[in-house]
Design a protein around this ligand. Structure first.
Ligand code: ADP
Length: 473
């Protein structure tokens, strides 16, 4: 193979590569422009064609294309090198332009954000010199008087946050929240920081108003608490005086009444000598009236004690079944006197946390009513029924019953119902009122269910555990 043929082969390949490089130069390249690119493409194309024709000629294929052979040899190296250089350089420049456009876009965006943000942004160095400030920051800085906003100390102490820095003259004072973040600086440069300034005047003023309002409120609460304590003290002493009065009255009323009842009983028994029939009848009235009055006095005093809060509960674990059985046994004689059959029945677990004395007092009153309002030959049943959360004590009688319209009224003070068979039976009309009050103090309820002529059932429901704060004895 002759060296000329070899040289032409190398030339063909080199011009082919140069043609591809020139073709791939971006048309919008900033270095050579569109016209220069196509000129270069044309030149390389001509030399490519020439080199190819030389190769064909030396390989004996054809002689027809042998033109401009010498030019190809002269421009071989610079044209190929320039094509390669033009491609590389134009690509680099294009990339740089794209980077620049991206950068400009980002800085426009940042400038837009800084302008529209309510917070002002500045960049300052440690001597307090401002090297950049957004327009809102400039407006805020204009209001600051000398010495009010020490940027140098803010930069030195970055990162920092100062929540309300006062600026502006007295009377037109504004407050700024100042946040600083240190910037990384190259060695030798003074330290710098980005400082965000936010006008928080409205918030500071609102906080001050709330604080003043709170202080006013606290003063008012203190004043009212003092007044309440004084009123409470006066109430307490009035209550004590009332209790004192009740205790005295109790003594003053009971003593003569006991004498009236006792002596009339002595006389009725004939211990003070014989009595005429009229005297005996009149003395009987004195005796029963005295007893009625004593009952009334006792009930009124009891209600007063409960109302005044002088009847505290004393809570213990009680076996209500056993207690009710004992109560029925103790009242058996009264029932027998009236020819009424009194029974007690228990079901389930009957232990309950309650005040045993008050429980007895309620049920005793219910049994005594049941016996009183049941005619001879009737029955009274006390049933104790232990449920999961509560305990029921039902006092059922086969007595005269209560009309539906009277069933709520009888729990009111001094309320008695006239029975169909005659006048009101003995009593004060206070027993059920006392029962309800006692029941409330134990956290329970007392209800009645009755049919006139058939009998009544009074149901006491007590919680298994006494509600509220207490000590179980
Ligand atoms: P009292 O001292 O008159 O018995 P209470 O407050 O205990 O006072 O009862 C009020 C009224 O309720 C009674 O006068 C009576 O009319 C009615 N009452 C209470 N218990 C019964 C009952 N078991 N059967 C019928 N009526 C009753």
């Amino acid at each position: 193979m002759s060296p000329v043929f070899l040289l032409n082969c190398v030339g063909t390949v080199a011009f082919a590569v140069a043609f591809i490089l020139a073709l791939s130069i971006p048309s919008a390249n900033p270095a050579i422009g569109r016209g220069a690119k196509y000129t270069l493409l044309g030149a390389v194309g001509v030399f490519l064609f020439n080199s190819a024709s030389n190769v064909l000629e030396y390989s004996g294929v054809t002689m027809a294309l042998d033109v401009y052979g010498d030019y190809a040899k002269v421009l071989f190296v610079p044209l190929v090198v320039w094509s390669a250089f033009a491609k590389l350089n134009s690509e680099r420049l294009l990339r740089a332009r794209q980077e620049e456009a991206k950068h400009r876009e980002q800085s426009d965006l940042l400038a837009g954000i800084l302008e529209t943000s309510p917070a002002g942004v500045i960049v300052a160095d440690e001597s307090g010199q401002v090297t950049f400030s957004s327009r809102p920051a400039e407006r805020l800085l204009e209001r600051a008087m000398p010495g009010q906003l020490d940027l140098a100390s803010v930069v030195r102490s970055a990162p920092t946050t100062r929540l309300s820095v006062p600026i502006g003259p007295e009377g037109e004072r504004s407050y700024l929240a100042v946040r600083a973040k240190a910037l990384q600086s190259a060695d030798g440069l003074p330290q710098r920081a980005v400082i965000a300034l936010t006008d928080v005047s409205d918030r500071v003023k609102a906080e001050r108003q709330i604080e003043e309002y709170q202080q006013g409120l606290e003063r008012e609460i203190d004043r009212r608490t003092g007044e309440l304590m004084e009123a409470n003290r006066q109430l307490q002493s009035a209550n004590d005086a009332r209790q004192d009065f009740l205790a005295k009255m109790s003594h003053e009323l009971r003593t003569p009444l006991n004498s009236i009842i006792g002596f009339s009983e002595v006389m009725l028994k004939g211990l003070s000598g014989p009595l005429t029939r009229d005297q005996e009848a009149q003395l009987g009235i004195v005796h029963s009236s005295g007893q009625h009055l004593l009952e009334l006095v006792n009930d009124v005093l009891e209600i007063s004690r409960i109302d005044a809060g002088y009847s505290p509960v004393s809570i213990s674990r009680v076996d209500a079944g056993e207690r009710m059985a004992r109560l029925c046994a103790s009242m058996g004689a009264i029932a027998a006197n009236r020819d009424v059959d009194l029974q007690c029945a228990c079901k389930g677990s009957t232990t309950v946390e309650t005040d045993s004395e008050k429980l007895d007092q309620i049920v005793r009153n219910l049994i005594s009513n049941a016996i009183k309002f049941t005619d001879a030959g009737g029955r009274v049943l006390v049933a104790v029924d232990g449920g999961r959360d509560s305990l029921l004590v039902r006092v059922t009688d086969s007595g005269i019953g209560i009309a539906a319209e009277d069933q709520q009224r009888i729990f009111g003070a001094f309320q008695q119902v006239e029975s169909a068979d005659g006048p009101v039976r003995e009593g004060t009309g206070l027993g059920l009122t006392i029962c309800r009050e006692l029941c409330d103090s134990l956290g329970g309820t007392l209800t009645v269910d009755s049919t006139p002529g058939e009998g009544s059932t009074f149901t006491l429901t007590l919680p298994r555990q006494f509600p509220g704060n207490h000590v179980v004895l």
